[in-house]
Design a protein. Structure first.
Length: 400
């Protein structure tokens, strides 16, 4: 059974039963055992999961998550989201995801690279044939993608690479840029107020959260609260985000920057115009949704609002830009990198970000049109746009 409520979508569109059956289950799920021999008496091992939810529209696309709490079920969930995300953005990809169940924090670069090489060894055939195209995710980054490239020597077999080994200028910033762009479109189109009058709180200050903060600041938003794993800070007058980023580069945390200390739950409950959860999933749920005072939410993380939390906030009229739209900037830039790796094309960061804004705006307009047409919430509307693309592809492939 899938995580997208297909029965709900069938209330709005003609959703063939055969299409629902195909999209409800992953096409392939693989469990890998990764093992490193450290010495004659010591070894290190980890389970890894690779899920291809759909190869309908193209190669399975999705990042490699490295975290101790990774499970097959959660990897399947994320792979399914990628199917719907790539369809929403009209990209020639399917949905996939990998997870390695180990804490990357205590690993040396050598050990982490060794685990990735073992992962590549077991996935080599699919990487070589282009069945799966990985990218960074939580716990992995560009240097890890360089390891995969180094093992395969096929530029298009992986995206999110460092620029020096065929990576895309602007790919690092792309997810945060897409989040900020959807926040801007939300402010202009739904909240209908000048951006310099809108306040933003961002939970999580990793790659996505920090770039979202920077671009929101540049667009005119007032970023009033941010946090990371060490703590949070709040300034009702808004932060000087470039200065904050320099502080984080030096200290590895937002803590210590001028502002009032604030806890994670406190940040989620601030009465801001736009709340951006950019860290973990399931942070807004049935037990705390009634405490959320934000006027709107932009899901920078995957699945930060649970089903129960979503129903409560929807009933209250809180607009939520869903993850498959809000954080689609990363996979959109990955498509450009993949395409350029295959063709040998070159581009600049400015061109990438400008084109990304156009892609995000087009997806936003299609979502808003579906919302107006079907009189539904933004999450349902985005899923309806994706469903239309997927059903068309199923018919084109003669699968239904």
């Amino acid at each position: 059974m899938g995580f997208i409520d297909l029965e709900n979508l069938a209330q709005y569109i003609d959703f063939p039963a055969a299409a629902m059956e195909i999209l409800a289950e992953p096409q392939r799920q693989t469990i890998l055992s990764l093992r490193l021999k450290l010495s004659e008496t010591e070894s290190l091992s980890a389970k890894a999961y690779v899920v291809y939810h759909s190869l309908l529209r193209g190669p399975a696309k999705g990042g490699i998550r490295i975290a101790p709490d990774v499970t097959l079920d959660h990897t399947a969930h994320l792979a399914e989201l990628m199917t719907w995300k790539t369809a929403l953005m009209k990209l020639p990809f399917g949905g996939g995801k990998s997870g390695i169940a180990i804490d990357p924090a205590p690993l040396t670069h050598f050990l982490k690279s060794s685990f990735l090489r073992e992962w590549v060894m077991q996935q080599r055939l699919d990487l070589q044939k282009g069945v799966y195209v990985p990218a960074p995710d939580m716990g992995s980054g560009p240097s890890d993608m360089a390891v995969i490239f180094g093992e395969m020597h096929i530029p298009e077999c992986v995206t999110g690479k460092p620029i020096g080994v065929g990576g895309l200028p602007g790919r690092l910033e792309a997810t945060g840029r897409g989040v900020a762009t959807t926040a801007r479109l939300l402010g202009e189109d739904v909240l209908k107020r000048p951006l310099n009058e809108l306040t933003v709180a961002i939970q999580g200050f990793g790659n996505v959260g920090s770039f979202a903060a920077l671009f929101c600041h540049e667009m005119g938003f007032k970023v009033v609260a941010v946090n990371d794993v060490r703590g949070g800070i709040h300034n009702p007058n808004g932060f000087d985000v470039p200065r904050l980023l320099r502080h984080v580069a030096e200290t590895k945390s937002v803590t210590g920057f001028p502002g009032e200390s604030i806890g994670g739950e406190e940040l989620l409950q601030l009465p801001v115009d736009v709340l951006i959860p950019a860290a973990m999933g399931d942070v807004i749920h049935g037990k705390n949704a009634h405490k959320i005072q934000a006027r709107s939410i932009v899901e920078a993380a995957n699945g930060p609002v649970t089903g129960e939390g979503d129903v409560y906030l929807r009933d209250r009229g809180v607009p939520i830009v869903p993850d498959i739209l809000a954080n689609a900037g990363g996979v959109s830039a990955s498509y450009v990198e993949w395409h350029h790796s295959k063709s040998g094309g070159l581009t600049t960061k400015e061109e990438v970000l400008t084109n990304l804004d156009k892609l995000m705006t087009h997806a936003w307009k299609r979502t808003r049109a579906a919302q107006e047409r079907c009189k539904c919430d933004l999450r349902t509307a985005a899923q309806l746009v994706s469903a239309d693309e997927l059903i068309t592809s199923l018919r084109d492939r003669n699968w239904i």
